[in-house]
Design a binder for this molecule. Structure first.
Ligand code: GLC
Length: 730
């Protein structure tokens, strides 16, 4: 829809509202209670108590509703009327261009100045990896093993989003995922609970900062609670069968890390957990999240997820669906308005006013924490100097380069150095593709993307000619292939996780030139790359790098950035091998982890990634081989740059409990550090691991630090490192 029609729409909308306002009876104006008087001299809880006492049941249930615009339209007059009645707690924008600056405050003014109590709306939007400046997809971001970069990216996304009126970002998604057929594996931080916890917490810090009522901050939302990544067959939204142990040791820890970091909201998932839909999951929400994790914010359902309870087959009608969700602890309903039916549920005693009041209290708490009562409006429109600023582009470029994983580099043909290359052909389906911002591109615009070709051309060292065709004078071929953004994301699950055949055929057609070939893969999910490894000298995983794609790619290809990224999700040899992940349990037949016709090991394992230099690990030292149950393990190794270029190595720490009260994974990541080394330089990398970080759930699900023998590795990836042994003694 073009801007003219938007303007027309907006004028029409304004006329509707103005005319309906004139019809408003005078006494509604007189009833408006100025919350300003409440919000100056009381602490949060007292303010909330005071407001709660004033609220009608309709106003309370209204605060528990999140409505949205219809497709690309503005919100309709019914919603506008509900806002004026104080019956809309939140508005969700699920379209490519957020509300205009004026429009956002137009709706907010209806709530704050026209409704009886003037409770501000909280505006929500999917800010997953950028708002206007789009960063790499989340799985790519985790490959940087750099929480500081990820936090900075979230901070920039919050700054851009809040400048346009977003108060609440529906991220981070911390669904541990171990099945690349699942389209949304691209949206989280990989297969490992520890890394999802580290990066989820980093995003919360970036979004919320230390004072979330300051401008430039947004509320975070830990999602999707819980176990969405375990959907059977990688078919998202399908049922899951998650053991209690896997639930507590794999899927819950990232959420606890986000709550401990102060995340203000949580979103429930579409799946069931062993027969209980996440949006009716009383145990997970009321007992684990609100009681055990002491979560103070509010829980929102996912889109239509309250209605889905009918489809799950546990609610006979929408009133029962609303009652199940609220009683389970879902405080706000996204998109549907079944919570209005809680009036009936209240009458027939299937919900209590205490639960309703608690839900409203939580929503008001978040609005106070965000400063919405004191600062409901956008002060000034500074989007022009904020959006896509040089500083933001620079950070996006840095993160994109840092996320690119070097999987193969035969004959060290990378980096492309000018004496060896006078002419480079940049070809393939993704060479000039601007749709490389992933699935959740928010308000990112294709025209703002630097393509692979443009970036390589504009950054090529002097004397190197860049062409978009292979010719007789071509020295290097950069083949840009991969999976389009429509192949991954929500409801985009694939049974075949290879690069599309036509692109592989194209790659094979390049062999006739007998030139060095660099394959740059644009992907959302881990792919089966077995069909291409023999047809390229080097393979660089670019993911969907976002707005700064071409510049970041050039930085890596020409060596300004020496890759240090490492995989955070295993790349299988075949879809037939799934699921495959590093921290599997040993089983009674360790040799059995294979097929008669295929290995059980992935093609590229968790933690793997190459550099333009090489590193050697030596001198593993464990300070004490016997440590008390409440002690700490201190160990170190010497890392040496044995190559000719300066580089960074992600040094990983893994442990294994050799004899547990239950069967334990063969390896668990417990820490990592990045070390930068000049050629020939060595540095000692030390880790200190407290035994409480080795705590597990015994067979009675009690957290314990188990005595006995452990293996420990300081490693370059999950399959290769220096192994040592220690013992925890009672
Ligand atoms: C979608 C997604 C969720 C998103 C929400 C709002 O269905 O599952 O991640 O935040 O709806 O767009």
């Amino acid at each position: 829809m073009n801007n003219t029609s938007y303007t027309y729409q907006f004028i029409v909308m304004t006329l509707i509202i103005v005319s309906s306002c004139q019809l408003k009876t005078s006494n509604e104006n007189n009833n408006i209670v100025s919350l300003k008087s409440l919000s100056n001299n009381l602490d949060f809880n007292s303010k909330i108590d005071s407001i709660l006492e004033l609220m009608t049941l309709d106003e309370k249930l209204g605060q528990l509703s999140q409505l949205n615009n219809k497709g690309d339209q503005r919100i309709d007059s019914v919603t506008i009327d509900a806002i004026r009645k104080g019956e809309v707690g939140s508005l969700l924008v699920n379209r490519r261009n957020f509300y205009s600056f004026e429009e956002r405050d137009f709706y907010q003014k209806l709530a704050v100045e026209e409704s009886r109590l003037g409770i501000p709306i909280i505006f929500g939007h999917d800010v997953i990896h950028g708002f206007k400046t789009i960063f790499p997809t989340s799985l790519a971001q985790s490959s940087t093993w750099s929480p500081d970069l990820v936090e900075k990216g979230a901070e920039i996304a919050a700054k851009e989003a809040s400048a346009q009126g977003v108060d609440w970002a529906f991220a981070p998604m911390v669904d541990v995922a171990r099945d690349p057929r699942w389209g949304r594996i691209a949206e989280g931080y990989g297969e490992d609970p520890y890394l999802n916890a580290v990066f989820g917490a980093a995003v919360v810090r970036g979004f919320q900062g230390s004072d979330m009522s300051s401008p430039n901050r947004v509320a975070a939302c830990m999602k999707h609670y819980v176990g969405y990544g375990a959907a059977v067959g990688g078919r998202g939204k399908q049922f899951t069968d998650i053991s209690d142990r896997t639930l507590h040791e794999v899927y819950l820890p990232p959420f606890k890390a986000g709550i401990d970091q102060g995340a203000l909201t949580v979103m429930t998932a579409f799946n069931d957990i062993n027969g209980i839909p996440a949006t009716a999951y009383t145990y997970g929400i009321r007992e684990v999240l609100k009681q055990n994790y002491k979560f103070k914010g509010f829980v929102v359902s996912d889109w239509d997820a309250v209605k889905h309870l009918l489809w799950h087959g546990i609610a006979a009608d929408t009133t029962e669906a609303a009652q199940l969700a609220l009683n389970a602890g879902v405080d706000m309903e996204m998109k549907t308005i079944f919570y209005k039916k809680l009036k009936d549920a209240l009458k027939d005693g299937t919900v209590s006013i205490e639960y309703i009041d608690d839900a409203v209290r939580r929503v008001l708490y978040v609005k106070f924490k965000l400063g919405l009562f004191d600062r409901p409006y956008l002060e000034k429109d500074n989007t022009k100097e904020i959006f896509l600023s040089d500083a933001h582009r620079k950070e996006a470029r840095k993160m994109a380069a840092a996320s690119m994983v070097l999987l193969q580099n035969n004959n060290n043909i990378l980096p492309v150095i000018s004496p060896k290359a006078k002419s480079i052909a940049v070809v393939g389906a993704f060479a000039k593709e601007t749709d490389v911002m992933g699935w959740w591109k928010s308000t990112g615009q294709f025209e703002d993307v630097i393509t692979a070709f443009d970036g390589i051309k504009s950054n090529a060292p002097k004397g190197i000619n860049i062409t978009d065709k292979v010719t007789a004078s071509t020295d290097y071929i950069i083949a840009c292939l991969g999976e389009p953004s429509k192949f991954f994301g929500e409801s985009r699950n694939r049974a075949d996780i290879r690069i599309p055949t036509d692109q592989v055929d194209f790659l094979k057609s390049l062999q006739k030139y007998n030139k060095p070939i660099v394959l740059v893969v644009f992907n959302g999910r881990p792919l089966d790359l077995t069909s291409v490894t023999d047809f390229a000298h080097s393979i660089l995983l670019a993911w969907h790098p976002g707005t700064e794609t071409g510049n970041a790619l050039a930085d890596v290809l020409f060596g300004q950035h020496n890759p240090y990224a490492k995989l955070t999700a295993s790349f299988p040899r075949s879809v037939a091998q799934l699921p495959t992940y590093y921290s599997r349990r040993n089983s009674g037949n360790p040799q059995g982890n294979k097929y008669i016709d295929l290995s059980g090991e992935p093609l590229f394992p968790f933690g793997f990634g190459l550099s333009y230099t090489t590193f050697e690990y030596s001198l593993l030292e464990i300070e004490k081989n016997k440590i008390p149950v409440n002690g700490e393990l201190k160990l170190s190794a010497m890392i040496t740059n044995t190559g000719s270029k300066e580089g960074t190595e992600v040094v990983q720490l893994y442990v294994r409990d050799l004899v547990g009260s239950t069967t334990r994974p063969i390896k668990e990541l417990k820490g990592f550090q990045k070390v930068n080394l000049k050629p020939g330089e060595s540095k000692k990398v030390s880790f200190t691991l407290s035994t409480k970080e080795l705590s597990v759930l015994n067979k009675d699900f009690e957290p314990v630090v188990e005595s006995g023998g452990y293996h420990v590795w300081i490693a370059t990836n999950s399959t290769k490192g220096l192994q040592g042994k220690f013992e925890i003694i009672e």
